[in-house]
Design a protein around this ligand. Structure first.
Ligand code: GLP
Length: 241
């Protein structure tokens, strides 16, 4: 079973995970971090900024994002490219050429998956992949039914996920319907998975992912197939374990 660490609150989780990443980066500056979006990883990014302020040099680190919406206008503040640049690339001083986000532009989507997989493979993969989990159990945007062998590709968002993410947009109608997401097979290739979850609204999905049956109807359960997984949760998210 995954190593499960229960912390007091998201800030403590952020500090714990960021301290581990910073230690790795100090011994190997060309570390590759798999970045997730949504609210869950934000405390990690905040704590990484504190590690940078205390002197860890992140400027040679690379980053690969999990997913991107399809069809948002370039520069839209809620595109995952914009979020990753705002939360990670700029504050940590990463070289923008080393920060990769799937191409969700309408012209790019036909080949976006293949190009992203090729870039990831050529780079040598991800050392540590940060993950949140959706209430549907999704990892990245791999909704229930996604195959465990899937690679980066275009997917359709569930209504549940669009409603959950509407808080980032002016209205539900503004939430894209499609996305480009790393597949579960892509995610499982990362060398270390760190899954974070906070609050009781995640408890059911978290318990199903960590200790439920391994099934494509619960994408999060794919983590049980990985040899190195750390789950960092608060008491609310851990309440059904
Ligand atoms: C989002 C992202 C996922 C994220 C999940 C949970 O839509 N695509 O990578 O883990 O849904 O989001 P949140 O952390 O905001 O609860």
């Amino acid at each position: 079973m995954a190593e499960v660490i229960v912390v007091r609150d998201p800030a403590e989780a952020g500090a714990f995970v960021a301290a581990h990443i910073a230690e790795q980066v100090r011994s190997r500056p060309e570390f590759t971090l798999g970045v997730a979006t949504g609210s869950t990883p934000l405390p990690v990014y905040e704590a990484l900024r504190a590690e940078a302020d205390r002197g860890t040099d992140f400027t040679r680190m690379s980053a690969f994002a999990l997913d991107e919406y399809v069809g948002l206008p370039a520069g839209h503040p809620e595109s995952y490219r914009a979020v990753v640049d705002r939360e990670v690339t700029e504050p940590l001083g990463l070289d923008p050429a080393r920060v990769h986000v799937p191409d969700g532009s309408a012209e790019g989507i036909r080949t976006a998956g293949e190009r992203y997989e090729a870039a990831l493979q050529e780079h040598g993969g991800v050392d540590l992949q940060l993950l949140g989990i959706g209430r549907t159990g999704h990892l990245g945007f791999n909704e229930p039914g996604s195959s465990f062998g899937s690679l980066t590709r275009v997917k359709t968002l569930t209504e549940r996920t669009r409603i959950d993410n509407a808080r980032f947009f002016a209205s539900l109608d503004d939430v894209p319907v499609h996305c480009v997401t790393q597949g579960l097979g892509t995610i499982l290739r990362a060398r270390h998975l760190v899954l974070l979850a906070f609050g009781e609204s995640k408890a059911e999905a978290l318990a199903a992912a960590v200790e439920g049956p391994v099934s494509a109807s619960m994408p999060g359960s794919a983590i049980q197939l990985h040899p190195r997984v750390t789950v960092v949760v608060d008491e609310g998210a851990a309440s059904q374990l």
